[in-house]
Design a protein around this ligand. Structure first.
Ligand code: 3PG
Length: 211
């Protein structure tokens, strides 16, 4: 089936911010997910950019309250791996027709990425109305999505890329933004130092934002 809009809307409505996680250390997967969930960010995107990413997903999926998806999904094979690892959704930086069609064979929804109106319209023609706007800040930020709101009024976005707490507020004030993605809630040095309290605190600030 085309994009399961009801399932995605439900998932993307749970928290205003989706942490975008790049992690290879499987030992840190559970405490990191626990800190994010404790701070109120329950929807977690684990990018398939590290050798152990699928094992990280498996560990994070065991954390009570966590809803774990895969990110940086670029091939149909990665979709199968994502489902097998226990993902509940998938995210891609792009929206190639091959990827959009491959996602139809899977029970979990795909949030594909777009950067232009033409890409958004192409994804829409394939039945996708929830899209990631990537890389959000490099493409012009919230003012671009504001400009999309009227001509692409049936499309809802999750901007990702270069967003921090302040910028997130601006995006979340737009009618066509359901949530934002970002990595600012888990600075690399905090993960390195296993400073879970700091990550929980940053997550709490992010979770307090309203869409
Ligand atoms: C990414 O692909 O890494 C995400 O867009 C996260 O971006 P950020 O690190 O700029 O928040």
């Amino acid at each position: 089936m085309p994009q399961d809009v009801a399932a995605l809307r439900q998932t993307l409505s749970i928290a205003p911010v989706i942490p975008v996680i790049v992690l290879d250390d499987v030992e840190k997967a559970r405490p990191l997910a626990e800190a994010l969930v404790a701070g109120g960010l329950r929807v977690l995107e684990v990018t398939l950019r590290t050798p152990n990413a699928l094992r990280v997903i498996e560990e994070m999926a065991k954390v009570e309250g966590a809803i774990v998806g895969s990110g940086t999904v670029r091939t149909p094979l990665q979709m199968g791996h994502s489902v097998d690892a226990g993902c509940q959704f998938m995210v891609s930086p792009g929206a190639s027709p091959r990827l959009l069609e491959a996602a139809e064979a899977h029970a979990i929804p795909l949030l594909p990425g777009i950067g232009t109106p033409t890409e958004a319209m192409t994804a829409s023609e394939h039945g996708y109305s929830f899209l990631k706007f990537f890389p959000a800040e490099a493409l012009g930020g919230a003012k671009v999505l504001k400009a999309y709101a009227s001509p692409l009024s049936d499309i809802t976005f999750c901007p990702t890329g270069g967003i921090d707490l302040e910028k997130a507020k601006t995006y979340l004030s737009l009618p066509n933004v359901i949530c934002v993605g970002g990595s600012w809630v888990m600075p690399a040095d905090a993960i390195e130092a296993s400073d879970w309290a700091r990550i929980e605190s940053l997550s709490r600030d992010a979770a307090a934002l309203k869409s």
